[in-house]
Design a binder for this molecule. Structure first.
Ligand code: PMP
Length: 456
């Protein structure tokens, strides 16, 4: 038996397990908000089992074999939302171990089928209890007959994060020639984040580590955990992260559609969440080399409703900018305008050299007849003033801004009903007279809603 395929990523053999790790790093130029900031994705779908979890599963299986806990006749038993299970099933087949997995019954049909392809035995658990329900079931089975099973328990097993300490982290340092400045990874068991993060901090202490979580307990980011509402994995140490970013499911879904259409890169929802976080980090930097882990490929989610897009929605994915670039001075002017008109909404035009770029915020009068605390209107005269200013400065009208007094910076139904396509709608929230967050939105082609742009 080779000592550990993961210890020696550069001297590879020809067995299946030797093909785990050494995944490619690809640059995502279109998603970089400014020159000087590089964004790279580490494509974990290129592992033989199709996901990042091949690394952890291999390390745990090898550790089990070495320690004797996974001796002849023992059944490998664990709880998994999918990818670890696929990796166990693959490795069990390759190394002659039976595999039994507890899986929430709502995992996608292609996942169930894939697990059976490799010969795994499945125990379905209550979908309402998610991965925590599967964990509870495994514990119950194991406690009844501990002598029959090897229970690697990926949530508590140090081999999980050590796999990444010994492979993923080393590879990233090599592939970026030590240039990495920021590392971004989602939290499931947290093995990827903890192991890679610890290696990076050890070898390059200045690297900043950014963990990614869903923004709410009920989310569609398979493989990720919302830690406050979940059973917290024993291997997770929240103090390792320099920053913890929360991502909405819709934002991640929108990004994976764009990645497929615009980069030819078809990945799963948790990769979209990692990219959203990477772009957010990038927006706050002048220079940097950001590496985000893309845990798996998109084909595992083909039956997910996120791909049930209408032809009109299909048309939404165009060359629309991903970012709204705006000078700090102009953003400050918009914030001040919002604070000045509080508790009424302020409004103005966004002018710039091209869509997605604002060099001048041009204040306009809110001409809504009443209820200016909740609505704004750019009347015909004000609209002509904005056009005249654009003509005078040689700029284009690229969008409008307005404030939301004591409301979040999210578009209302009124905003939806009155928006035009191909323009940016920047909203600044003003609370008790103080300007807070600014977010920008773009109308979908079918007018069904807005897509968020990253304000950089
Ligand atoms: N994304 C996907 C699709 C996953 O399956 C997992 C594993 N649960 C993760 C992200 C998170 O990886 P980790 O368990 O190493 O935190």
């Amino acid at each position: 038996m080779s000592h550990s395929a993961l210890d020696t990523p550069t001297t590879r053999g020809t067995s299946l397990i030797d093909q785990i790790g050494n995944t490619p790093l690809v640059r995502l130029r279109r998603f970089e908000p400014k020159a000087g900031v590089e964004i790279y994705a580490k494509l974990e779908m290129r592992n033989p089992g199709g996901s990042v979890k091949d690394r952890a599963a291999l390390a745990m299986v090898l550790e089990g074999e070495r320690s004797g806990r996974l001796g002849p006749g023992r059944i490998l038993l664990d709880a998994t939302s999918g990818n670890t299970g696929i990796a166990y099933a693959m490795l069990g087949a390759a190394r002659g171990h039976r595999v039994r997995l507890c899986v929430p019954s709502n995992v996608t049909p292609e996942r169930k089928r894939l697990l059976r392809v490799y010969g795994a035995d499945l125990v379905f658990t209550d979908p309402m209890e998610g991965s925590d329900g599967a964990i509870r079931q495994v514990r119950a089975i194991y406690e009844r007959e501990p002598h029959r099973y090897f229970y690697p328990d990926q949530y508590s097993n140090p081999a999980n994060w050590l796999a990444h300490f010994n492979s993923t982290g080393v590879e990233i340092l090599e592939q970026t020639q030590g240039r990495i400045t920021h590392f971004v990874a989602g939290l499931g068991t947290s093995g990827t984040f903890m192991g890679t993060g610890r290696r990076l901090k050890q070898d390059k202490p200045g690297v900043r580590l950014i963990s990614v979580q869903p923004d709410s307990p009920l989310h569609g980011l398979e493989g990720l955990k919302h830690m406050e509402s979940a059973i917290v994995p024993a291997i997770y140490d929240p103090t390792l992260a320099d920053e913890d970013v929360r991502i909405e499911t819709d934002e991640a879904h929108a990004l994976i559609r764009r990645l497929a259409r615009e980069e030819g890169l078809f990945v799963g929802p948790s990769s979209g969440a990692a990219l959203a976080a990477a772009i957010r980090v990038a927006c706050g930097l002048d220079e940097g080399v950001i590496v985000a882990i893309f845990p798996d490929g998109g084909d595992r989610y083909l039956s997910d409703p996120l791909w049930d897009v209408t032809p009109e929605e299909d048309a939404t994915v165009t060359d629309a900018p991903i970012h709204l670039r705006i000078d700090e001075a102009q953003l400050t002017a918009i914030r001040r305008h919002g604070a000045r008109t509080y508790p009424d909404e302020c409004c103005g035009a966004l002018l710039g050299p091209k869509p997605g770029e604002v060099t001048e915020a041009f204040p306009l009068d809110n001409t809504f007849p009443d209820e200016r605390r909740r609505r704004f209107m750019v009347g015909p005269d004000e609209y002509r003033r904005a056009e005249a200013r654009a003509a005078e400065t040689g700029l284009q009208l690229v969008g409008f801004y307005h404030s939301h007094p004591d409301h979040p910076a999210e578009p209302s139904q009124f905003d939806l009903d009155h928006a035009w396509p191909n323009l940016s709608y920047l909203i600044v929230s003003v609370r008790q007279g103080q300007a807070k967050e600014a977010r920008s939105w773009r109308l979908k082609a079918d007018r069904s809603g807005f897509e968020e742009e990253f304000v950089c």
